[in-house]
Design a protein around this ligand. Structure first.
Ligand code: SAM
Length: 275
């Protein structure tokens, strides 16, 4: 579900993720994952931490709240700007750096901990990303990721858009970052330890209709696809119906209560080789 708005795929991805209101979206959906990742990585005061594809600082701000020295990096400057405002509201200071996860502008071994919460998985060259995460992490340091799984609800969610937009760029879809075998193959022998655990979290909305409409208004990749369908109202209406079908089918909430969507993710915890 990647809308190619220009010839340059990076510019296209950046423009897509800037659509809607990512920070508003994140606060209502994935915001509880930041602290999960920070705790899993054992981030503490004094550590130097890099959050990759940080968005508006979900993990990065929480790491800074633990007293770590944090750099939040992302392809999309609009998301970093929203993160700066959120950090100021929380009274924490971080460095915000525009950067592609496939070519990070940092020195070898610069960070004690490198994190990415449902972020780096969206860069098309998985092997380049894995190489960069390891490269900028110090020997014996920690890499932590949260990635949606191919068997979980996110797969149905992204599949919903497949008939309506261009395929994601890159030979392997982002969701494969949630496959244990794929992650093991990407990191190869560059790690001393690799711990992979599946977990879930739940997103809530007053109703399936509200859930769909919230994504349509705030989630850049969805906003991009609807925008590209503006000249095809029949197809836009069909996507609306498919989206509502998905949101109705996937709802695990109790009758009379809010709609609930349980997403599975892979928590990746790695220790790089000591030498
Ligand atoms: C679903 S958001 C996750 C953001 C954040 N980590 C969070 O937990 O809210 C995906 C983020 O990946 C960023 N992104 C996509 N491709 C990227 C790339 N090649 N390099 C760096 N960031 C990228 C987008 O700009 C977006 O902010």
């Amino acid at each position: 579900m990647e809308a190619q708005t220009t010839q340059d795929p990076k510019a296209g991805a950046r423009a897509m993720w800037a659509l809607g209101d990512y920070h508003r979206f994140a606060k209502a959906t994935v915001w509880e994952l930041g602290p999960v990742l920070v705790e899993a990585c054992g981030i503490s005061a004094g550590q130097r931490v890099l959050d990759v594809a940080a968005g508006s600082g979900n993990a990065a701000i929480r790491a800074a709240e633990q007293g770590a020295q944090v750099v939040a990096s992302d392809l999309t400057p609009e998301n970093l700007a929203a993160g700066r405002r959120e950090a100021a509201a929380h009274g924490v200071e971080l460095e915000w750096v525009e950067a592609d996860a496939e070519a990070l502008p940092f020195a070898d071994g610069e960070f004690d901990v490198v994190t990415s919460a449902v972020g780096a998985m969206f860069a098309p060259d998985h092997q380049a990303v894995a190489g960069e995460l390891v490269r900028v992490c110090r020997p014996g340091g920690t890499i932590g990721m949260i990635n949606f799984t191919p068997e979980g609800l996110a797969s149905d969610f992204f599949g919903l858009f497949a008939p309506y937009g261009p395929p994601p760029p890159g030979p392997v879809p982002p969701i494969m970052w949630g496959s244990e075998d794929h992650v093991r193959a990407l990191f190869g022998d560059r790690l001393e330890a690799l711990d992979l655990t599946r977990r879930t979290y739940t997103e809530r909305a007053p109703s399936p209709e509200v859930y769909r409409d919230f994504f349509k208004a705030t989630f850049g990749p969805a906003v991009a696809i609807y925008r590209d369908l503006e000249s095809e109202p029949d197809r836009a209406a069909a996507l609306d119906r498919d989206f509502l079908d998905f949101a109705t089918r996937a709802n695990e909430g109790s009758p009379g209560g809010p709609a609930e969507y349980r997403y599975e993710y892979l928590l990746v915890l790695a220790r790089t080789r000591s030498s």
